[in-house]
Design a protein around this ligand. Structure first.
Ligand code: COA
Length: 420
């Protein structure tokens, strides 16, 4: 790797031609990526369960055409989106996360107590803290699980799944719950026709389990280019903006659509190729690509870039729009449901988005979900009820303890600061 890097930088130093220097840099980067050692782990990380949850309310293009100057034909032609779901009332990123997590655990026939790690990828949490993951952990009664949220915009699910797989493979967790969840319609500018047509709400989850059997998640790559951060933004609590915290209510998604489009088509094709090579496979070995569902035209352009037929790319963007971190797990659930994913298939999950960030994961899909008995289902429902009761009980106990013992600071010896 170092040798290749040195040779390439020498070439660019002697050349006065900017274009060839750029070419040399690119080929050096490619060589470095190809020379990257393939990781060897003692364990393998398999996806053993999956589940999704979307809000009831469907918002059609026709309804959006009543809000801004647009129409169904334009939106379908430029994006492939026909409708999306929007969270209403008590539906939040947390409630959608919980429902998708419970569905994934159900599919895997795994109890919440067995879960070691929960990661929620989201750009639209209810709170900066507590994390959505901690709220999920409490709601499902995953008593021994570590929990945190992860922010990588629409690449979030890839980052979360890759992180979970690494934790499982190195042995720090055996079972991980990975959730991508968003309520983007809450931060959508409903007067901006360039963005309000694109986004939707939902959640998807997978259960990752460690095993000695080879297979499962075979490669994981993640990239970032912060110089393009301004192309797709959603300001948050720390943003300096007139109005301070009150101004937060105005924080909405801003996007340079054309630039994001150009970036996305290039990034998707290149990272897919790299992840496939890293898994020791070639593109011909790939049965299905499950891409981030941002726009039908982006996916079709990436398919052309990879010289693969559109049929090898799963798409459901027409029904959900862009659900950011939730889009890949939702698409996975529907692809399995429709029989597009079969045992022994080689899959690629590929995402891109704000940051700019992009990433891909190659998977050997070798799981047949277990038959789950009615009693197991019932048992889990009872456990979820008990978790809720336990959570309320703990809160009450904390209040009682506070009232009885007050807020007395523990007596601590001051650190020794030397003789006066
Ligand atoms: N309805 C009708 N016309 C619209 C419109 C809408 N919803 N949105 C934009 N237009 C108009 C523009 O005002 C412009 O008009 P003008 O030529 O008179 O100025 C025209 O359509 C073309 O605009 P442009 O922005 O070039 O359109 P486009 O073909 O690039 O499509 C997007 C716009 C947003 C659909 C497209 O750029 C896109 O999908 N980008 C990627 C976005 C994305 O996926 N982001 C998330 C990544 S995770």
């Amino acid at each position: 790797m170092t040798n290749n890097g040195r040779a390439a930088s020498k070439t660019s130093a002697v050349s006065n031609n900017g274009a060839s220097a750029n070419g040399a840099r690119k080929s050096a980067a490619r060589a470095a990526a190809n020379d990257r050692p393939r990781p060897h782990y003692a364990r393998f990380a398999h996806i053993v369960g999956w589940g999704m949850a979307v809000p009831e309310r469907v918002l059609s293009n026709h309804e959006i055409a009543r809000l801004v100057d647009t129409n169904d034909e334009w939106i379908v032609a430029r994006t492939g989106i026909k409708e999306r779901r929007i969270a209403e009332g008590k539906e939040t990123t947390t409630t959608l996360s919980i429902e998708s997590a419970q569905n994934a655990l159900e599919m895997a026939d795994i109890s919440p107590e067995e879960v070691d790690l929960i990661i929620v990828a989201t750009a639209t949490p209810e709170y900066s803290f507590p994390s959505t993951a901690s709220l999920v952990q409490d709601a499902i009664g995953a008593e021994r699980a570590a929990a945190f949220d992860l922010s990588a915009a629409c690449t979030g699910f890839i980052a979360a799944l890759g992180t979970a797989a690494e934790s499982v493979r190195c042995g720090s967790a055996n079972i991980a719950l990975v959730i991508g969840a968003e309520t983007l319609t809450k931060v959508t500018d409903w007067e901006d026709r360039g963005t309000c047509i694109l986004f939707g709400d939902g959640a998807g989850a997978v259960v990752v389990q460690g095993s000695d059997v080879p297979g499962g998640i075979m490669s994981y790559l993640l990239r970032s280019d912060g110089s393009g951060g301004n192309l797709l933004t959603l300001p948050s609590v720390g943003a300096t903006r007139p109005g301070g915290v009150a101004g937060l209510l105005d924080h909405t998604i801003d996007m340079n659509g054309r630039e994001v489009f150009r970036f996305a088509t290039r990034a998707m094709a290149s990272i897919t190729r790299e992840a496939v090579a890293m898994a020791g496979l070639s593109m011909e070995n790939i049965d299905l690509i499950i891409p981030h569902q941002a726009n039908r035209r982006i996916i079709e352009a990436a398919a052309r870039g990879l010289e693969m037929p559109d049929e090898k790319f799963y798409m459901n963007v027409d029904r959900y729009g862009n659900t950011s971190a939730a889009s890949i797990p939702i698409a996975l659930c529907e692809a399995v449901e429709e029989g597009r994913v079969r045992p022994n298939d080689r899959l690629v999950f590929v995402g891109f988005g704000g940051g700019l960030t992009w990433g891909a994961i190659a998977v050997h899909w070798d799981v047949t979900p277990p038959e789950v008995s009615r009693w197991h289902r019932l048992g889990r429902q009872v456990r979820y009820g008990l978790s809720r009761a336990r959570s309320v009980g703990r809160r009450v106990l904390r209040r009682v303890e506070g009232a009885v013992f007050g807020m007395q600071a523990p007596e601590v010896e001051p650190p020794h600061r030397g003789k006066k």
